[in-house]
Design a protein around this ligand. Structure first.
Ligand code: SF4
Ligand code: MG
Length: 331
């Protein structure tokens, strides 16, 4: 069986008319990646690097002014053969939700209806996707909540009666109770304190193992990626700049931006000051020519200002888009 997801040359731009001229913000610019069955793929990069836009586009959860300009997003659920999610009819798309593809959005605790008990949210969202009679469905829900260390009585609670960490776990339970083939999660633990966060991550890992799902996990937090993901893609200014098995990437980053992200992680027992990067990420309405990172890159060369580096596989499974890396210069 091939990959469960293949993204090919994907471009998604915010397109706005501005006094008759088209202004484009190239938030996702020519991204190609594959996600295998049964793996946790992480997506990292600072805020506004296009991570959230990319996964919204992958999930076909976009609205104008964000449009897909080029490329394809092919899912192959259960090995039925790849299909571009943008060619599915509305009923076909609806049929993938919850059962095949589940999307835990940023701030998704808000999907819980504040005036309905948690039980109703499960019935409203998940019941019709499972061919189970109601009592069996509720037993399944209770068992699943147990996997996330939640007691069955949360079902009778209102969202405001639960702590943030419990609400987030309820949301994750809701998104996973139908055992979807593919789970997309955007910063699901960012709002939680460290202890709760650790618990939630362990549960995502355990659920993923038990269900054999694939997970696309987005966060700017490199420490979370180090603990959770199997492979990692790094985004900068709308582009994927490096991708590798997570361990290999931490052991030897090849892109200067990745090296910066790793070096800015705090280390226990190491007080040497961390050097921040000069400058800010570019405005994606008018990104710099060549490598978009060149105005901030300590290794920038002349070619970097003119020629966009292309992704090259420099070690098995380790791809990078950098002129210096291609010449064997390590960051
Ligand atoms: Fe730096 Fe050039 Fe590599 Fe871009 S291509 S990251 S500017 S060395
Ligand atoms: Mg985001």
């Amino acid at each position: 069986m091939g990959p469960i997801l293949a993204v090919e040359g994907l471009k998604a731009y915010y397109q706005m008319r501005y006094f008759g001229t088209l202004r484009e913000v190239r938030a996702v610019d020519d991204i190609t990646l594959e996600i295998q069955r049964d793996e946790i793929y992480g997506l990292a990069g600072e805020s506004s690097s296009g991570k959230s836009t990319l996964i919204k586009t992958i999930a076909r959860a976009i609205r104008p002014p964000l449009n897909v300009v080029d490329g394809a997003v092919r899912f192959d659920f259960a090995g039925q053969g790849p299909r571009d999610i943008y060619t599915l009819s509305a009923p076909e798309l609806a049929a993938t939700r919850w059962r095949h593809l589940s999307y835990i959005m940023q701030g998704s605790m808000n999907v819980l209806n504040p005036v309905r008990r948690i039980r109703h949210s499960f019935v409203d969202f998940a019941f019709r996707h499972m061919s189970l009679p109601m009592p069996a469905f509720l037993r399944r829900v209770e068992e699943h909540l147990g996997h996330l260390s939640l007691r069955p009585d949360v079902l009778e609670s209102f969202p405001h009666e639960l702590s943030g960490g419990m609400r987030q776990r309820v949301t994750i339970a809701l998104a996973t109770v139908c055992r979807p083939d593919f789970i997309i999660a955007d910063e699901p633990t960012t709002a939680l304190d460290v202890v709760v966060q650790k618990g939630v991550l362990e549960m995502i890992r355990r659920l993923q193992r038990e269900m054999g799902s694939s997970v696309l996990f987005v966060t700017h937090d490199m420490a979370v990626h180090a603990n959770l993901t199997d492979r990692l893609g790094i985004m900068y200014a709308g582009r994927l700049v490096e991708e590798a098995p997570t361990r290999a990437l931490f052991r030897q980053p090849l892109h200067p931006y990745t090296a910066h992200l790793i070096r800015s992680l705090p280390r226990i027992g190491d007080d040497t000051p961390r050097h921040g990067l000069e400058g800010r990420p570019p405005n994606l309405a008018s990104p710099p020519p060549g490598c978009r990172f060149h105005p901030r890159c300590p290794l920038a060369m002349e070619v970097c200002q003119q020629t966009t580096p292309v992704m090259q596989e420099l070690a098995p499974g380790h791809r990078v888009a950098c002129h210096a890396a291609a010449q064997g210069i390590l960051p």
